[in-house]
Design a protein around this ligand. Sequence first.
Ligand code: ZN
Ligand code: ZN
Length: 213
Amino acid sequence: MKVELHLHTSRYSGCALDTPETLMRELIDSGYHAVYITEHDAVWSEIEIDELQEAFPEILIFPGVELSLGIHASMHMVVLGTTDPDYAALRYDQATALEKAQSHGNLTILAHPFRWAGGAALLDRWHIPDALEFRTSNHDASMGEKSRREAKRLGIRLVNCGDIHARQMINRFWIETHVPLSSANDIHDIIVNGLYDLCANKSKNPRGKRDNL
Ligand SMILES: [Zn+2]
Ligand SMILES: [Zn+2]
């Protein structure tokens, strides 16, 4: 299964350029089997997810959120598998957000930890998520290397994500797994147990040659 773990749409992310419908169509055409919608500090409701799923039965559509954490919102944490609107109120509160995710079986990924100064401060406070982003459209090869070292130090996983904000960002970075995803939280055990591969499309990434996936 080709899976996107990190995607924004124009419905709730002001920085995203394309509608959910445009993005789902492009993901299907690019061979994706599943996608998590992770807007900035906004959670899709179950009804919204169901409506989009009905319109696009060719791809599994799961909910999530990307929380802005830290005083300057320089830390972003993706929480997968939830439609709980209470998450949106937990921005800036990393300890509570992590605790809540862990108690609900939601996968947590620290997004682009080395994109901005302070992006990995969560780790210094020993609030440890399940995984770090390795490569994304917003995390280049040298940032990815820093993630690799941190993940090794902490004994946690690395994932590749599109961090998609527009349809042109589809098919650059993703993960693949042989484990079927039947419900939204299935991704937790797949990632924590390492049952997936990191994937990148070299032809779409001029610096892809420097990857060591
Ligand atoms: Zn982000
Ligand atoms: Zn994002």
